[in-house]
Design a protein around this ligand. Sequence first.
Ligand code: 1CP
Length: 340
Amino acid sequence: MIQNDLFLRTLRGESTERPPVWFMRQAGRYLPEYMLLKEKYSFFKRVQNPDLAREITVMPIDQLGMDAAILFSDILVIAQSLGVKVDMVPNRGPVLQTATTEKEVASLNVENTEEFFRYVTPAIQAVKEGLYNRVPLIGFAGSPWTLLCYMVQGQGSKDFGEAKRFILNEPQRAKVMLEKITEATIRYLHIQIDSGCDALQIFDSWGGMLSPTMFDEFSLPYMERITKAVKDRVPVILFAKGAWYALDKLNAAGASALGLSWTTSPDYARELCGPETVFQGNLDPTVLLASPDVVAKATKEMIESFGGGNHIVNLGHGILPTTSVDSAKAFVDTAKSYYY
Ligand code: 1CP
């Protein structure tokens, strides 16, 4: 059905002619046409309106030609579905009403998940029409720990000190919260699959902020439950940024591929997980601030460092807003012209 299924074949562990390429945060930020839509419509309008979701999701595919599209949305929609107010404040980022007291955590409502996500099916169907089977569509969610970070901290943070204080002082309450986020996420991902997503990625953006033992307690088990709940329907990519110490455990959790940040070497990852594991990554996103020639050279070296297979070309985290379209294109074109 899908014309370019290179990404899905790689996720199945098949040997391919070249590595597929897409990158985190490819829909938005660095694209001038996105910035125009951003001026006109609020963030959640762009997420929920099928025409806007289609336009923004398909825009990078039309302009740069990646091998997979990722649905335009945000990880924080799960907080919204649980009843938490989220504001996307221009030039500042998300601001959330926090949930930390026993009463606030008890009031998080999983039963509202399907009702809240009514907009998802029309949005994904519109995106699929816009893609007309050119490339697969990736759905996504944040990991429960990363969601808890925002729901407790109330905004982005360099150290998520409040979120860590919360899990240290109130581990039981934190686990009630993580359970609820997990349940809502599983329901949401099933809706994404039912609506047409071909693969899923779980973003544990702040997993690497935890020590290995805290990661085992507060992040891994929940990501594992989510993965097990959906992996027989579509392939799942687990990306725990900076949690290099947990790669073998994430691999054992049932992922089809593991995302790597740029501080993890492919050799180390292979040593921990073996030759069969598919890795995704891992160029430092700041490299894309350099000129297209420099980007092309660094991308080629990165691809070579993965040793010629079981690899999806991506960045080690989201593309930076100040990246030029030409440098982003050099990244994509280098992967697309690299034959094993
Ligand atoms: O209006 C805007 O352009 C605001 C910026 C923006 C965008 C473009 C936000 C606010 N979210 C998004 C879209 C988004 N977020 C996507 C779209 C699909 C894509 O192209 O990849 C995805 C996958 C996300 C996921 C996301 N949101 C993550 C995980 C990935 C990562 O980068 O670590 C996280 C941590 C968020 C939270 C969030 N949402 C927005 C911002 C600015 C942030 C970061 C807040 C912070 O910690 O400072």
